[in-house]
Write a protein that binds this ligand. Sequence first.
Ligand code: SAM
Length: 460
Amino acid sequence: MAQFSVRINAAVVYSFLLGLNAVLADALPHLQEHRLVSMESINLKASEEFGDRDRLGHHLVIDLFGCNPEKMKQVAIVEDILVAAAEAAKATVVAKKFHQFNPIGVSGALVLAESHLTIHTWPEVDGYCAIDIFTCGPTDNFAALKVMQEQFEAKGFVVVEIERGKQRKAWSSDDGTTVFREGLDPLGGFKTTIATTALLEDVQSGFQRIQMYNTKAVGKMLVIDDNIQLSEYDNASYHEMIVHVPMQAHPNPRKVLIIGGGDGGALLELNKYKNVDEIVICDIDAMVKAVTEKHFPAFAAAYNDPRVRTVFQDGTVLVANFKNYFDVIIIDCTDFYGVAAALARKEFYNNIKEALTDDGIMVIQAESLYYDREFIASLHKQAQELFPVVGYYHTLVPTYPSGTIGFIFGSKKYTPVEKLGNNPQSLDDLVYYTAEMHRASFAMPAFLKKLIAASATAKA
Ligand code: SAM
């Protein structure tokens, strides 16, 4: 199968919006006017046998609006501006060809040692210019854009940035639909595949790659490092279960900590408990919140609750600062690699235990009972060494690998199922959680029960 790949790069746009790229912001005061074409119009095809590769070339497709018509009319001026733009980009001009239309308008091309810069002007149509700059090598194409914007006196512009030749694992189904393929594939041939209609965000933060897709079947979908984090369709069964199970099992939780959960979905559920006085949410990556809040406004609004304190820090570092403080700690983290690897270590559980009050409860996202059984058993064992009451419960999330995900429940005093309904006012209008689901979720399939029992008795 022929394979190629195009990546529309939103990182530049978002780094500006977030105020994280001052240099670019200075250079391009109108960057917020940029928009990105959606992937809908691009039929990506790639083959799994080709891995990720950095871009070979940098392409800006530029529309300038409201330019000075007097400048766009004359071939000599247009040529001078393009040459100045190429110089600003530190590109080398090797040939030029410009054409004067009669009565007005210009077409022109600079052949660059690094590739090309072309223009077509419409002085009679609102001072519009269509420009393409494509280069390989270390040119500064945004510097060229700045020169052209200033010298043509453009009142506005739209630019689409394309990283040419960048190879990534994009897939297309037989009917040409662009699809997202989940990165995790423990069985080696059973990847979740979801038809997408647009790649809305694609940001590389200091910690991870964060993407937001629009999909045909499950609405908007947040992806981190190629792993589905949540979708509009089924996030309730995850967020309700990670929050309401510990919160219902505890009779009077006043102070609650969420580690991870930067998307705000768990926070929204937690805010429903009016008897909670203080909520701390600690995600290592501010960019997760920034990317999600545009697309999940209800989650974003959860941060505005006056009881919420938001910290962007490694959760392992934050938790070590607290002793005997939180009634409930919820660890809503990514899978246990990279920045989340430390969240599976015993030292972290020790610190969680210390940070909890004498009757505190913790829950931690703990993977799929089908795919991660040994890991679950080892995490369960680790929790048993620290907490008198330990359980594993699970919920159904169709977009996650294997369609299910579970949680380790560790408690210093309260059992997870004995006395529920301590805060019933918080349970109106839920989608998934009920007291029956809560109880049932602790029932384990035979294979996991056996594995957990075996691991509990095994010598370290
Ligand atoms: N529902 C999700 C799942 O299991 O797929 C979890 C979603 S939430 C987006 C996961 C969050 O954990 C991410 O925002 C990530 O930045 C955060 N995270 C990972 N490691 C962390 C750490 N060491 N400290 C704090 N947050 C962490």
